[in-house]
Design a protein around this ligand. Sequence first.
Ligand code: UD1
Length: 352
Amino acid sequence: MHILHVVGARPNLMKAAPVFRALAKQPRAQQSLIHTGQHYDANMSGAFFPQLGIPEPDVNLGVGSGSHARQTAEVITRFEPVVLQRKPDMVVVYGDVNSTLAASLVCAKLHIPVGHVEAGLRSFDRNMPEEINRLLTDQIADLLFTPSEDGDTNLLREGIPPARIHRVGNVMIDSLLDLSPKAMACKIDSLPERYALITLHRPSNVDDLQTLKSILESLLEISVQLGVVFPVHPRTRQRIADWGLTTDNLHLLEPMPYVEFLALQRRAVVVITDSGGVQEESTYLGVPCLTLRDNTERPITVSLGTNTLVGQDRKKLSSELSNILAGKAKKGVIPPLWDGHAGERIAEILRN
Ligand code: UD1
């Protein structure tokens, strides 16, 4: 059985690693790893492979950045010959990035079965490019691996046959648990004693001058009472530079490798983010999370976990933060099947 995994962007890597490693234990599984090159900076991609214990990609398609249409089209064009040449029995795609949809589309047309890991998540906000990627990938994939019950419900509502849906739990938590000992031992120099950890990269937050300016002003206000540690995504760094926005008093860092970022997250007083994965990781770690979005495709982090949606409402951000600093943070629980064995469950289903 030849299984070909497709990764493209940073959040794919911690999802693919547990599946790859679980399949590596099966004697009959032959695997290849294709990187589309959607993310290409070392600290957005290359640095993650050795930490996550997966080999370097067999092929890098080198698509790079571009408009959604161009990036998606480049993956489609460059991935098709790889599939034709390697003739995999199954292609596994991850998450909701442009590479995920592009690779799925190629396989659907070539009648190669596709497994989608992290299927069924919905924000119900079609302004998000990821929502389009999720909806379409799930329609054309053959095996849908969901992290939680809401994923199953969404897929059934969209007419997906129940036999295709497999609730396996959250693969990101497999990686988190696997690398927790390293994260606990990881020391990061010259950090404030108590800090808020920030991540910010959604187009809705960073591509509009007034919105980004307002978020940075909120962070500057927070920095009066709490350190603000902010590993800056390249897209966000570019916008801050283009518009000459003030970030004095913020502790800006380059994007962090996985273990270092987990270490930062574990020790944070609060995480303020617009990322999807970080909402889940903070829920697992029991760290309060304030999400700078009006919706989330991971509602379980709000209903069971430590996550609160604050959107772009500065007053809400400030009042929620005051609650957390006053020791009144929301106490979450760890959702079902976030147990470190999701990758094994996927490998078992693929084997059968
Ligand atoms: C992509 C995903 C998003 C995911 C995010 C994680 C889509 C639609 N979006 O968004 O779901 O949460 O990755 O980071 O697939 N850039 C670099 N170096 C890199 C990669 C990007 O400098 O290695 C810069 C480029 O200027 C590029 C911009 O970042 O134009 C955005 O990159 P892109 O891959 O288009 O989207 P992300 O915002 O990273």
